[in-house]
Design a protein around this ligand. Sequence first.
Ligand code: ATP
Length: 290
Amino acid sequence: MGIIELNQLSKFYGKAKGIENVTLEVNEGEIFGFIGPNGAGKSTTIRTMMGLIFPTSGSAKIFDMDCSKEGPKIRQEVGYLPSEVFYYDKMKVLDLLKYTAGFYQKDCDARMYELAEIMELDLKKRIEDLSYGNKKKVGIVQGLLHSPKLIVLDEPTSGLDPLMQKKFFDIILEENKKGATVFFSSHILSEVQALCNRVAIIKDGVIIKVDDIKSMREDNYKKITLRGLQIDQEKYKLEGVTHIINGEDSFKFFYKGDINQITKQIGNDNLLDVLIEEPTLEEIFMHYYK
Ligand SMILES: Nc1ncnc2c1ncn2[C@@H]1O[C@H](COP(=O)(O)OP(=O)(O)OP(=O)(O)O)[C@@H](O)[C@H]1O
């Protein structure tokens, strides 16, 4: 049984498609990345999982419970950080966090103070006096103070400065080491690459790929850079060669196929240098969205 199980999940807003036939399984202990550009359907998927909106068809289960029917029970063990955080502006940070802690059937005080200290959050301030980034920090502490079994993060790092992002990722990794499963949406690929074990790519409401980060980088493409003044570029018009970029004394391309074939070709050229690398996730992602 997966911690999250989405089966043919669709959500239409009237006639407008939010997501269509999303099927995914997230296993216990994974850090799972959910990536896609703006409007791809990430928040729709997550809101359906959290029982905040209802699916048009299909099912979403967390801990083997139906998200539409058992929302309150599921939420006891889920920490959710929405993409946009809205608050009771007049409340003080501490009062809001205590109010949140009151929803859980466990004592959250120690962890709450600990997280607030790590995130350098001023508990005495009113919400309305906080910057956007500091409001986001309140959301993070709110989402994690009950040490949930599943952490669901919808674009969590927007608004955080790099130092805070690092602290936040350290907290997430620590929670994961303690056993929490993490589901994490983002359009920033480097952070997904740094944090996640597996990733799903969503485009126009449809999942186009689910893979582990390692094989996604290794199995697909090689990024090849050749340096030299007399490279016969015509000879590289081969099957599997794409994304060609011509520089002054360099020639770059992506290659997918038999590595012997391409190295044979490279061996025929008089080169100053050659670099064969794994593409970054960013580059792979661009391929899927071209
Ligand atoms: N309440 C709504 N009413 C109508 N259409 C909606 C509603 N919410 C989302 N949509 C549409 O559903 C699609 C998916 O949107 P969603 O917010 O889930 O994407 P997203 O991947 O989270 O994007 P972003 O990164 O911009 O938050 C979009 O086409 C969006 O316009």
